[in-house]
Design a protein around this ligand. Structure first.
Ligand code: MF3
Ligand code: CO
Ligand code: CO
Length: 254
């Protein structure tokens, strides 16, 4: 079942989403070589709590019945596609770092991520990051009452593949707001004119994970960390948005 949110619910999701986005703004000032990912996690945790919100990922149990996620954000470096667990690893010059924050405020969820580059990144890392961000922008530009989900996936896939990169299939965007993961699944690949029509009041994420090489992945022993099968780079950007008659209302802006 896909929830249609009221205007009041959408404003609550926006308030939550703004905190998640502000957490990313804040942490972006701390991405220096030598900083550990657990320190970044601590900064994000404290920021969220200071805004009277809660980190949705902390203790989150995925659908696979896996171990609870142990941190307040996901930090995914280089070949890690998503769900990287913060720890003792230090950032180094040239790293590609994706930080994903999901907040709960007054029961409402906001979910957003960005990829950052530390210091002097390679040409490929820069291009992958730029193409991934642009793919999200193009997808959001499609969003409007009556559009089909396949049109959104197509906008991402056609652009990304023309740039020589690949779209991860295994993870998708999702309805969000009253729960962390709701229907529908929002694929980042697809065919024009296929899939359900989105409607005003639906709230979902679009969060393309784009790989330098193949789209296949492997999940590590920890049950969470997803890495590219060929160990090449992966980048991701995510926004939570509400569908309106005139377009997307992005709820995870700072
Ligand atoms: N924030 C991720 C998403 O965009 C989900 C993270 S679940 C976690 O859907 F458990 F890994 F944190
Ligand atoms: Co999400
Ligand atoms: Co997310």
């Amino acid at each position: 079942m896909i929830y249609i949110k009221t205007a009041q619910q959408i404003e609550k999701i926006r308030k939550s989403g703004q905190i998640a986005s502000q957490a990313l703004d804040m942490v972006s000032q701390h991405l220096q070589p030598g900083v550990t990912t657990q320190h970044l996690n601590q900064l994000i945790h404290e920021f969220i709590i200071s805004k009277k919100a809660k980190p949705a990922t902390l203790g989150y149990i995925g659908s696979s019945g896996s171990v609870p996620f142990p941190a307040s954000c996901c930090i995914s470096i280089n070949e890690v596609i998503c769900h990287g667990i913060p720890g003792e690893r230090q950032l180094k010059d040239g790293d590609l770092v994706t930080i994903d924050v999901t907040t709960i405020l007054d029961g409402y969820y906001g979910d957003t991520c960005r990829t950052f580059l530390v210091g002097n990144a390679s040409k490929t890392a820069k291009k992958l990051t730029a193409v991934t961000e642009e793919s999200l922008r193009r997808a959001i530009a499609e969003v409007k009452d009556g559009v089909r989900l396949g049109d959104i996936g197509y906008a991402i896939q056609s652009y990304v593949e023309a740039e020589g990169f690949s779209v991860v299939r295994y993870y998708v965007g999702h309805g969000v707001g009253l729960k962390f993961h709701e229907e529908p699944s929002v694929c980042h690949f697809g065919k024009k004119g296929r899939g359900i029509r989105i409607k005003s009041g639906m709230v979902f994420t679009i969060e393309p994970m784009i790989n330098e090489g193949v789209y296949e992945l492997k999940i590590l022993e920890d049950g969470w960390t997803a890495v590219t099968a060929d160990k090449k780079l992966s980048a991701q950007f995510e926004h939570t948005m509400a569908v309106t008659h005139s377009g997307a209302d992005i709820l995870t802006l700072s």
